[in-house]
Structure formats: C-alpha cells, structure tokens
Design a protein around this ligand. Structure first.
Ligand SMILES: [Zn+2]
Length: 522
C-alpha cells in the first residue's frame, strides 16, 4: 500500500470513528466534512503518558476485560478498549535523546514540546545550554490561543516544565518554579511545586504578586472562573490511592476546558505523570490505575470534541517507556486472570508510608533468620491480596528475603544522602517493591528494568489534521505536526538573553557553559 493509499485509508478511518465519536451530539456533521477535515484545529489537546508504553496501555485493556468477565462470571480472554486506542489514527515514535538511546523525561519532553533533541536532564535548551527552544505551547499562545499545562505529578517536574521553562538541569526546581510563576499561560495545574521556597520568596506568593489566582484545594479550584490566570497545586496521590474527595486528572482537564474555552481557541497539554512512577517501582496495579486515570482525562477531551468535531485535535502519546513491561502467560495460573490486580488496594508507595515505615522503625530485627511479623503478613494480605494460603513457597521466600533486605538496609544512605541501593532492588524499598511485583507476576506482568527503556511509544490521534500523526515517526515530529496543523511556526532557537526580551518566563541567567551549572538534586 502506498503512502497516499494509507493516508486515504486513514482518512476513511477518521470518518468512521469521527462520526462514531460525534454521534448524537453533532448531527449536522457529514461524513464528507469529517473525511475532508484537513482544517486548522482551533482546540488542541496533547496528552502525554509519562513512561507509557504499548504494554502499559494494553495491560489496562486486558485488566478491564478481566474485571468485566469476573463480574459476569465468564471465563476466557476479554479486552475492553480504552478511549485512546479507539482513535482512528495511530503510530509509534522513537524516543532517543541527544545523549542517550534511553531518554529521560526532560530530553523526551523537550523533543515533544519543541521539536529539538537535547541531552538527558535538559529542559528546553540545547545540550550545551547555550540556546533556548520555544515550545509549541508558547508558539500557540503567541498566535492568540489560550494555554493550559496540567499534570498529575509535580508541576515543576520535567514534562510540564519543558512547555514553560528553560533550564540546563531539571533538578533546579526552584528556578523552574520561578519560570512557572512568570509564565503567561492561563492555566497551570498539578501536584506540588518541587521546591517552593528560595531566595526570591515562595513560588506561590510570587505567582500571586503577578496577579495569578492560586488555588491549593479542590474547593478553591471550583471557585476559579475564566478571565484570570489560574495556578492550581495540591499533592495528587496515585489513582489507586486517591480518595473520592481528592481532585482527579480528569477533573483538572475538565476545569481546563472551562477556563480556556474561547473564540480564539486553546492548546492544553495534559500529562499522566505517575505512570512512570508505577513503572519505576514495577507496580503493575498502580501503573494500570494511572493509565486509566489518563484515559478518563482523555474522555473529557472527547466530550469537547463531540461538540466541535471539525475544529478539535486530540493527540495522545508518551515520552518514553518505563520498566520494559512485558505481558506473558502467567495470568492463567489465577482463575481471575489479570483481574487478580484488583486485589491490590494500595500502591507500593502508600503501603510504604502507611504501613511499612512504622514497622521498620519499631520492629526489632537482628538477622536474616528473623521472619516477617504476623501483623505485617496481615497487611500484605489485606492490601495486596498476598494471603498466606495463596502464596507458593517460592513467593513466601521472595517476601521473606525482601523483608530481610529492607530491615538490613534501614537508615543506610550513600554519600549523597540517598537511600542505599540494594542489589536486586535498586534504591527502592525491597518489601513493598516485592509485594507489588508479586501481584503483577500473578497477573502475567513482568518487568526487565527499574528504569526507562528505549522502546518506541504509541501515538493516537483524532480530529482536525489528525492524519499528520499517522505512522512510524520520531518524537520531534509531534510538535512539528502540531505546529503545522495549527499553521504556526516554531521559532528559531534563541539565547537566554534574546529570549528574556520577548518572553517573561526566560531563564534568569545566560548559561554559556554547561560546566558552570551544578546539579543539586537528581
Ligand atoms: Zn522515569
């Protein structure tokens, strides 16, 4: 099939799914209009799953199918498609950075936001930190569109930061926070600021002094209305741990639509930021919960798309894959299949803070002959479904070994004050890590690293000019495609001094030598 034939097929698919997505809400849209929808999108959504590979997405679909089957008392395989995978246009992108085959979120985010490769750790600057790259969000705003940046993780972390900041090193969290406070974007929302206090004062206070309406609770966010720049920050837990009264990524997305919707259009980036954390910790249940949270946020965009099917573009992608997640056949060992994950009610992270940290502090432990205490076994049963009667001898040994590794490494730190790496567990707490990993194994989910992998990541798109994201591309093609779709130019790289004349969120210093920059935190 030629490229043109593929494009034609692609547009046909756009027509079918576009009409399906628009069904009932926009009856005036004809098939021909959707088919010929090469128009300029006025409303653009870019969803980024941090660390989200194809396996993470498909695991979520198998999980949903297995839960439905279990509820209906059916056996056999079942897959329920997520919203994102039903989009008519699909592709893959490569993710390598300028410095490594395996990227980090800063370099991958820079590629997704600006169309330029840079070195790992760098936020929208070149590898030598001599010039700044302009994000597609900034370019869209210069064209008169309103801009929103949303994340379920730290709002000064690399992925959201690449859209509004320029820093030689992502760990300079206070500097990134200063650029966040200076950003002209209309809506910035996410979990906490990485480093709120610094020499120029509190980041939130600085934002307030610039006229930004700062909301630090769900209630305060509900009171925000269009017209003022809004900055929301409140610590967002993993979806699996999120109580109903805490704000969700979908809610932050819906609020963004309410605040940004205007006749000149908007650009909104929404990051499912904690998929990455679930992958780093090889916690399948937490990871799948985050993919589902991102898909629920995408549902909000689709609701908007149904009202404006010819003027809206939704692109979903990822910055890299985390954990090298693999799906295998072991789920067959459990009658529940992948629904066995539903027996895990807490992330590894929440279990550490709510249960295991106090055990570590109070429990006496003298040698590897010591066993897991009874109350800890009960907690492993109630929070991970790892009850004594369901564990094999090998699984019990894995948990006992992890318990010993946790207790033996209590309070030990390296020269940088970081938790000591333990062979087989990296820097992660061995017992919670192993508990979550075991639940994943039962569901047929394995991992081959605690870090990122170089695997290409998925792209899905629907709406105006969605065809631009078809096929196998590079991550730098995403912002180029977005800019081309919106008929805007991505500006040439500028020095920090040049940028300061045109952009209030420019870096404070002109970094002429990367060696001048001293990383303070990983
Ligand atoms: Zn990561």
């Amino acid at each position: 099939m030629t490229r043109i034939e593929r494009r034609a097929t692609c547009w046909l698919a756009v027509a079918c799914v576009g009409l399906w997505l628009a069904a009932g809400c926009a009856p005036s849209v004809t098939e021909q209009q959707v088919l010929s929808n090469q128009g300029v999108p006025k409303y653009v959504f870019l969803f980024i799953g941090d660390g989200m590979g194809v396996a993470h997405v498909h695991a979520a679909e198998i999980y949903l199918g297995a839960v439905e089957n279990a509820k209906a008392g059916k056996s056999g395989p079942g897959v329920r498609r997520l919203t994102m995978t039903q989009f008519p246009v699909s592709g893959l992108i490569t993710t390598h950075s300028a410095s490594s085959q395996v990227t980090d979120s800063a370099a991958a985010g820079t590629a997704l936001a600006t169309g330029h490769k840079t070195s790992n750790g760098t936020v929208s600057m070149d590898p030598d930190a001599k010039v700044c790259y302009t994000s597609v969000a900034t370019a869209a705003r210069a064209r008169g569109m309103k801009v929103g940046i949303v994340s379920s993780t730290c709002i000064t972390d690399a992925t959201p930061a690449v859209f509004y900041a320029h820093q030689p090193y992502r760990g300079e969290q206070y500097e990134v926070g200063l650029q966040l406070a200076a950003s002209p974007f209309e809506y910035i929302a996410g979990s906490e600021v990485g480093e709120a206090e610094g020499p120029q004062g509190n980041i939130l206070d600085i934002a307030r002094s610039k006229g930004v309406q700062v909301a630090t609770s769900r209630y305060e966010l509900a009171t925000c209305r269009p017209g003022r720049r809004v900055f929301f920050q409140e610590k967002i837990p993993y979806e699996i741990d999120r109580p109903p009264h805490r704000v969700s990524l979908a809610e932050l997305t819906a609020k963004g639509i309410e605040l940004l919707d205007n006749p000149d259009g908007f650009f909104m980036m929404v990051e499912g930021g904690k998929i990455d954390g679930g992958g780093h910790n090889n916690d399948a249940a937490a990871t799948i919960g985050e993919v589902l949270a991102l898909d629920a946020a995408i549902d909000e965009a689709v609701r908007f798309y149904r009202k404006h099917p010819l003027e809206t573009l939704i692109v979903v992608t990822a910055d890299h894959e985390t954990g090298a997640m693999a799906l295998n056949n072991d789920y067959k060992r459990s009658p529940l299949g992948m629904a066995v994950l539903a027996g895990q009610t807490q992330s590894w992270n929440a279990f550490s803070f709510e249960v295991f940290n106090s055990v570590k502090e109070t429990q006496t432990w003298t040698s590897t002959d010591d066993n897991i205490p009874e109350d800890l076994w009960q907690a492993l049963g109630s929070r991970f479904g790892l009850t004594w009667d369901t564990l094999t001898d090998a699984e019990k040994t894995m948990l006992e070994d992890a318990y010993d590794a946790s207790m033996a490494s209590r309070g030990k730190v390296d020269e940088k004050g970081r938790r000591l790496a333990v062979p087989g567990y990296s820097r992660y707490e061995p017992l919670p890590l192993t508990a979550a990993k075991l639940v994943g194994y039962r569901a047929g989910i394995g991992w081959s690293t605690f870090g990122h992998s170089p695997m290409p990541v998925p792209v899905w798109a629907v709406g105006a000019a969605a065809w631009r994201f078809d096929g196998f591309n590079d991550n730098t093609d995403i912002p180029k495609g977005l800019a081309a779709a919106m008929r805007i130019e991505l500006p040439e790289p500028q020095t920090a001094a040049e940028m300061a004349r045109s952009d209030s969120a420019a870096p404070r210093q002109d970094y002429t030598n990367r060696a001048d920059m001293v990383p303070t935190r990983k």
